[in-house]
Design a protein around this ligand. Structure first.
Ligand SMILES: Cc1cc2nc3c(=O)[nH]c(=O)nc-3n(C[C@H](O)[C@H](O)[C@H](O)COP(=O)(O)OP(=O)(O)OC[C@H]3O[C@@H](n4cnc5c(N)ncnc54)[C@H](O)[C@@H]3O)c2cc1C
Length: 116
C-alpha cells in the first residue's frame, strides 16, 4: 500500500503488468501450436523456435516490469525478484540463443540465404 491504496490502482503501474500478461498469453498460444503440431507428427521447427523466442523475450520483459513495480525491494534478495530477473535473462542464451532462432527462421521459414 502506498498513499493508502494498492499500487496496482495506478495505471502507470497496472498497464505494464497488463502488457506483460498479454504478451505472455500470445507466447503461450505459440507454445501450444508447436505442441499440437508435434503431437500430430507435423513439422514444428518454426513454431517451436518462435515459441521459444517469444517466451524468452516476454519472460524477460515481465521480469523487468516486476522489478520496476517492486522498486528498491526488487533488489533485496529476500524477495527473490532479482534472482528471477537474472534467471529469465538466461533464456535468451540457453538452451539456444536468440540469434540461433533468428537464423533458423531466416533460413528455413523465410528462405533467405545462409550467412556462412
Ligand atoms: C545455466 C545453463 C545451463 C545449461 N545447461 C545445459 C545442459 O543441461 N545441457 C547442455 O547441453 N547445455 C547446457 N547449457 C549450454 C547452452 O545450451 C549454451 O550455453 C547455449 O546453447 C548457447 O551456446 P554457447 O554458450 O556456446 O554460446 P554461443 O553459441 O557461442 O553464443 C554466444 C553469442 O554468439 C551468438 N552467436 C552464436 N552463433 C551465432 C551465429 N551463427 N550467428 C549469429 N550469432 C551467433 C549468440 O547469439 C550469442 O550472442 C547451459 C547453459 C547455461 C547458461
Amino acid at each position: 500500500m502506498v498513499f493508502d491504496r494498492p499500487i496496482g490502482q495506478n495505471q502507470g503501474v497496472a498497464f505494464p503488468i497488463a502488457e506483460a500478461y498479454i504478451e505472455m498469453a500470445a507466447a503461450n498460444l505459440m507454445r501450444w501450436r508447436a505442441c499440437a503440431l508435434f503431437d500430430g507428427k507435423q513439422p514444428c521447427g518454426a513454431e517451436a523456435n518462435m515459441a521459444k523466442h517469444l517466451a524468452a523475450k516476454v519472460s524477460w520483459e515481465a521480469a523487468n516490469v516486476c522489478l520496476q513495480t517492486h522498486g528498491g525491494f526488487g533488489f533485496a534478495c529476500d524477495y527473490d525478484i532479482e534472482r528471477k530477473f537474472r534467471e529469465t535473462r538466461l533464456y535468451q542464451v540457453a538452451p539456444i540463443s536468440t540469434n540461433m532462432v533468428f537464423s533458423y527462421i531466416a533460413e528455413h521459414v523465410l528462405g533467405l540465404p545462409r550467412s556462412f
